[in-house]
Write a protein of this length. Structure first.
Length: 260
């Protein structure tokens, strides 16, 4: 999968590139199978602070699963169930990545491509982007985990509209519905995405990752601190970054955080 999935590194930012521009970055079974190990490697790499996911070129993030594989990898019920497991593992790998992740969406973000984008923490799109999730066009049912990510962003009624109709949303509609956080001119998307990634990388990483975990727990239904979240919050006071943050605040200078 080295040619279909490319990992680029620039300082503390790693980018996972869906690299099939000739097919609008349609996602093959092999790509789904490879994503968890790539994400795991980036999660354990202390030099990486932020992960960006994008499609090659500027026409598409990903147009969905590669339909040319359907007969070979999803031609019967047993194979289809196994295929769905690989999709779920790829999305779950991004969701459970301890580090922040940004989806940079040029153009089409359809089906499984939208599933990967929703598994990231923050989505930025160009003004030409189009979003759709299309199980009703294929006779499929999406997993509860994948569906919940959509519901958490747009609410139950709009999630039903997206899933039942399979219709495309414009970038502006996707933003107004909460599916994406930023919509930008195409020529500004990469710059803004990587500026945000770099800015997050300068922040106290213990705080960044703890905040991500707590938000995830709230989304999973936790409504009050338990022993784990209380200890997580209190343990921040023991970090060198907390001491540095206080020193920098009192000294009226930018902090130099070192925890990774």
């Amino acid at each position: 999968m080295a040619d279909q999935l490319v990992v680029e590194r620039a300082g503390a930012i790693a980018t996972i590139v869906l690299n099939r521009p000739e097919s609008h970055n349609a996602i093959t079974l092999g790509m789904y199978q490879e994503i968890p190990s790539i994400v795991s490697d980036l999660d354990s790499d202390t030099s990486v602070k932020v992960v960006v996911v994008r499609g090659a070129g500027e026409r598409s993030f990903a147009s969905g699963a590669d339909i040319t594989e359907f007969e070979a990898v999803r031609g019967n019920a047993r194979d289809a169930r196994q295929y769905n497991e690989y999709v779920a593992r790829a999305e779950q790998a991004l969701t459970t990545l301890r580090k922040p992740s940004l989806a940079m969406v040029h153009g089409y973000c359809i089906g499984g491509g939208c599933g990967l984008a929703l598994a990231c923490d923050i989505r930025l799109a160009d003004e030409r982007a189009r979003f759709a999730i299309t199980p009703a066009k294929l006779g499929l049912v999406y997993s509860l985990d994948s569906t919940k990510r959509l519901v958490d962003l747009v609410g139950p009624a709009r999630a039903k509209w997206v899933l039942m109709s399979g219709k495309q949303l414009t970038a502006d509609d996707a933003r107004s519905w909460g599916l994406v956080e930023y919509v930008l001119p195409a020529e500004e998307l990469a710059g803004t995405t990587y500026e945000l990634a770099a800015e997050i990388g300068t922040r106290a990483q213990f705080s960044v990752r703890a905040s991500k975990e707590i938000v995830t727990r709230i989304g999973a239904g936790q409504h009050a601190d338990d022993e784990y979240t209380t200890n997580l919050r209190n343990s921040s006071f023991d970090t060198e970054d907390y001491a540095e943050g206080v020193r920098a605040f009192l000294g009226k200078r930018a902090p130099n955080f070192t925890w990774s």
